[in-house]
Design a protein around this ligand. Structure first.
Ligand code: ARG
Length: 228
């Protein structure tokens, strides 16, 4: 919705895919939690409205935003030219990169991914890398990175390509079965997506982000949610 309509309704609707810790995941009370949830709460507070969260598959987020099912997407979403054709992005609030998760001791290296079976979360930059930048034998596309990690643990693939901190979380929860290779495959920036022609909302989002970045809130939230 437009900024004045959001204020009138008293409600800001965030679209996300809550299967991407530390940025968004289902908390203990079965409600979405994470860095992005708290960033969106801060934006809503600045606007003087309540935050509502709609959780869905990652590959449905952009079309849902375009269809007006929410006001913004916070989903650790990387700025990509293809996406910029469909939505507007705020300023970047987190820098990230794609990393490789392997089975501990398997000897797979980040320089020799050709000919391997790679698991990814569908429609993410990890998927784009596995599909376009290497000659994988096969790309297994899952609805979440966590499912891709399970496929790796159970021997259905040789590696997972996913964003850095989610990779670290998946490895940390694998009781030593999985490890993250030290090489960054890409350089990426996360930003908040809003519908095109919604300049007032975009400006308000950028103003909130300026504060949250400058006072260290974003960094603190990352540390907090990596520890959970
Ligand atoms: N940064 C990657 C991308 O934009 C992955 C984001 C996945 N986010 C999520 N909430 N599942 O494609």
């Amino acid at each position: 919705a437009k900024l004045d309509a959001i204020k009138k309704a008293g409600k800001l609707v965030m679209l996300t895919n809550a299967a991407f810790p530390p940025f968004e995941y289902m908390g203990n009370d079965n409600k979405p939690a994470g860095v992005d949830v708290e960033v969106a709460q801060a934006i809503a507070k600045d606007l003087g409205v309540e935050l509502e969260i709609v959780n869905m598959d990652f590959d449905l987020l952009i079309e849902s935003l375009k269809a007006g099912k929410g006001d913004l997407i916070l989903a650790g979403m990387t700025i990509k030219p293809e996406r910029l054709e469909q939505v507007d992005f705020s300023k970047e609030y987190v820098k990230s990169a794609q990393y490789v998760i392997i089975k501990s001791g398997s000897g797979v290296t980040a320089d020799k991914l050709d000919g391997l079976t790679i698991a990814v979360q569908q429609d993410t930059t990890g998927d784009f890398y596995a599909t376009d930048d290497i000659k994988a034998k096969e790309v297994l596309r899952f609805k979440s990175g966590i499912e891709a990690g399970s496929a790796l643990s159970s021997g259905k693939c040789d590696a997972v390509i996913i964003d850095k901190l989610p990779a670290e979380k998946i490895a940390a929860n694998s009781s030593g079965k999985l490890e993250v290779l030290p090489k960054a495959l890409t350089e990426e920036s996360y930003a908040i997506a809003v519908a095109k022609e919604n300049k007032d909302l975009l400006e308000a989002v950028n103003a909130s982000l300026d504060k949250l970045i400058a006072d260290g809130t974003v960094d603190k939230l990352i540390v907090k949610h990596m520890e959970i």
